[in-house]
Design a protein around this ligand. Structure first.
Ligand code: IVH
Length: 702
């Protein structure tokens, strides 16, 4: 604890160093401390989920270390935070033997199975009641790590359980796996530990959003992505996916019996729960917080059922719980079969897979003209949700999965993930199944479909195709774009069919007199709709850009674009090369943006939107009232009484302030409303932050 406080203090010191002119000299003289500070902040971020500094601050410290190491290569150590990123590509994977075979687990599915497991363990041990440690069964890919003299020396996949692939470089890309860990404090020279590499739901979504922005096919579920990531040849690509790891098992300690340690240290090795604690204390993300130690199988059953309820609210996927005999001595007595230990069992949650029949395929046209095949299924319930149709992505996917109409298919719904077809059960075919033949024409406007080289997707390139027009409007009004509440997909389709709406500017020219005649449109709903449309005119430029649905321009790129101009039409004069200068905009994205703004019809539409009252100016750039707060950073927390949070932020920005997302030493003002929580607590510890009330803030901008 004390050590952590020191490291927190030292972090603040290094943030100050960053602003000094002799930062590099200071870092060279005290490189060990800088490395320790970086490691500490990685640990806070990746293991504890409780960052002390912002990403940018971390990056700046990291870059400082990189600079020093470049000029003084003799100072590079194997556990330096810079050594995670492999400089060269992996050369295929060598096969390496595990120190101890990686066994699987026996499965249980209900309370009776668990009781059976407990009975056998009690009979074999002669004990009346057994203490168990119960923890989540992480749904990812298993790995094995070896640390020697405190350094990570090897990372391996499970392989066939006896030997696996040497994936050391890739494991170093996972920030929750420390490159060095203080095992020697416990007298341990060599240790092999086991765990699961996972992709959190949030990082899975982020990765898919990125794939989508790049125009690449998205991935089906976090588990397969985590497993696939471990065997990628390019470590930088592995790093991009932001994998995590939970470590839950110590499989081997060299000379375990003769460790020269005191009793307290020795006791850390006597139970499984203490081993989780030891791993946690050595900086690993073990299930220390999620596990529960209980006596007797009834309490085990209570805990696994209680945890199943929380399943959907967890930030990562689990497919069950693992029940482990807590005493290591008793584990040794119970031993193993050739397949699984007798001291542990997996309790599998209700299946989220089911089989059903693929009835036929429909084709949908998206806003970019992409034609997506959708498999219509015999409705089937999985995990409380009825599934009757599933996207089958594109022609290649259909071939890859060998799908036919009439097939029995295995489908899966993993947590919040959209249902997917796992495979077709070809062995059940009767012979009357039919090939899925991809259409040559757009199912809506009947124009010929095209496929670009290197792409998997067939497109309708008729920009007047009704399906595309409607989808574009739906995207424009959607929550993440212009967020026109009460408009919604169904209304867009209805208004379009009734010819009340034909394009995006039409949203702002609706003839509301016609609406009164329509069923389901009372005065109140018309007023709400009017107000929502009116309010959307003030949406910031980035939302408008995102709403335009330019290919490859997702929310992040839209923000980058909005911040780079004073007026949206400035993009008319930007070359592809200029666009590529912007952060994260590559050749393909720049080409697409340039293409959009070179099209006269698009420019006309934007001019029309401006005339209709939409905001095409970059408010932030254009409307700074005065620079009174120029460069000062602000963060609002708690409930404000007088202002809406977004208005307060806009006000600070209008006076030159900058809104930041977290409390760090770089924050100047924390504006505190009612019921402020952890941010306020955190800010109190950093004495350079001015903590002010809403009224004080209003005085400041007066
Ligand atoms: S213990 C010798 N604990 O589940 C005991 N396994 O279906 C080794 N898994 O191969 C395993 N979470 O990849 C253990 N908390 C956990 C786990 C866990 C996930 C995986 C592991 C194992 C598979 C068996």
């Amino acid at each position: 604890m004390e050590q952590n406080n020191i490291l927190a203090e030292e972090t603040l010191y290094w943030l100050k160093v960053l602003t000094s002119t002799d930062a590099e000299t200071k870092a060279t003289e005290n490189i060990q401390q800088l490395k320790a500070v970086l490691r500490f902040n990685e640990y806070r971020y990746y293991v504890l989920n409780n960052a002390l500094i912002s990403d940018n601050e971390y990056d700046a410290l990291y870059k400082l270390l990189e600079k020093v190491e470049k000029n003084h290569p003799e100072l590079i150590t194997k556990d330096s935070p810079t050594q995670r990123v492999g400089s060269s590509l992996n050369e295929g994977f060598a096969t390496v033997q595990h120190l101890v075979p990686m066994l699987s687990l026996d499965n249980s599915y209900n309370a009776d199975d668990l009781k059976d497991f407990d009975r056998k363990a009690r009979e074999a041990s002669g004990l009346a009641i057994i203490e168990y440690c119960v923890e989540p069964k992480f749904d990812g890919a298993s790995i094995s790590l070896i640390y020697e003299n405190d350094m990570l020396v090897r990372g391996t996949t499970r392989g066939d359980g006896v030997a696996g692939d040497d994936i050391t470089t890739n494991t170093k890309q996972i920030r929750s796996i420390p490159l060095s860990a203080p095992f020697s404090k416990y007298g341990i020279e060599q240790i092999e530990i086991r765990g699961e590499v996972i992709l959190t739901k949030q990082n899975f979504d982020k990765y898919n959003a990125w794939l989508e922005e790049q125009g690449l096919p998205t991935v089906a579920n976090p588990r397969n992505t985590a497993a696939g990531s471990l065997r990628i040849k390019d470590p930088k690509e592995v790093a991009r996916r932001n994998l995590d790891a939970f470590l839950y098992h110590i499989s081997y300690i060299v000379n375990r019996e003769s460790l020269k340690v005191n009793d307290t240290q020795q006791s850390l090795l006597t139970t499984h729960s203490n081993q989780l604690k030891l791993l946690w204390e050595c900086g690993f993300r073990s299930p220390e917080k999620e596990k529960k130690v209980v006596k007797g199988i009834d309490a085990v059953i209570d805990y696994v059922l209680e945890f199943e309820q929380k399943r959907d609210n967890l930030p990562y996927e689990i497919d069950g719980m693992v029940v482990k005999v807590n005493s290591i001595e008793l584990q040794d007595t119970l031993g193993m079969t050739s397949h699984h230990p007798r001291w542990a069992i997996a309790f599998k949650f209700k299946a989220r897979q089911a089989t059903t029949k693929l009835l036929h395929v429909e084709y949908q046209v998206g806003r970019t003209g992409a034609v997506t095949p959708v498999a219509k299924l015999q409705p089937v319930a999985i995990g409380g949700v009825t599934v009757s149709s599933i996207s089958i992505h594109n022609e290649e996917y259909i071939k890859e999965k060998d799908l036919k109409i009439g097939d029995i298919v295995l489908i899966e719904r993993a947590g919040d993930v959209i249902p997917q077809i796992v495979k077709s059960l070809a062995e059940l075919r009767k012979g009357d199944e039919q090939e899925i033949i991809f259409p040559k024409e757009c199912p809506v406007c009947k124009s010929e479909l095209f496929k670009e080289e290197g792409e998997a997707v067939w497109r309708c390139i008729n920009i007047e195709c009704e399906a595309q027009v409607v989808e574009k409007i739906i995207h424009f009004v959607s929550k993440d774009a212009m967020d026109i509440k009460s408009f919604g997909e169904a209304n867009v389709r209805k208004f379009y069919e009734l010819k009340l709406l034909k394009d995006i500017p039409g949203i702002y020219q609706l003839n509301f007199d016609e609406f009164g005649k329509m069923e389901g449109f009372g005065k109140k709903s018309i007023d709400n709709l009017k107000a929502a449309i009116e309010a959307s005119k003030q949406q910031p430029l980035n939302r408008l850009i995102y709403g335009l649905g330019i290919r490859f321009v997702g929310e992040t790129t839209a923000k980058t674009l909005a911040n780079s101009v004073e007026h949206l039409l400035d993009f008319k004069n930007k070359t592809e090369e200029e666009l590529q200068q912007l952060e994260d905009i590559g050749v393909k994205v720049a080409k697409s943006i340039h293409h959009f703004f070179s099209n006269e019809q698009n420019i006309e539409m934007l001019k029309q939107l401006e005339t209709l009252g939409l905001q095409l100016k970059n408010e932030k750039k254009a409307t700074v009232v005065s620079g009174g707060l120029s460069g000062q950073t602000f963060l609002f927390t708690g409930t404000l009484n007088k202002l809406k949070r977004s208005d307060a932020e806009a006000l600070a920005e209008q006076h030159g302030g900058i809104i930041v997302s977290g409390v760090s030493a770089k924050l100047n003002y924390l504006v505190v409303g009612e019921d402020a929580g952890s941010k306020l607590e955190k800010a109190k510890k950093i004495n350079t932050i001015k903590i002010i009330s809403e009224d004080e803030f209003l005085k400041l901008v007066e």
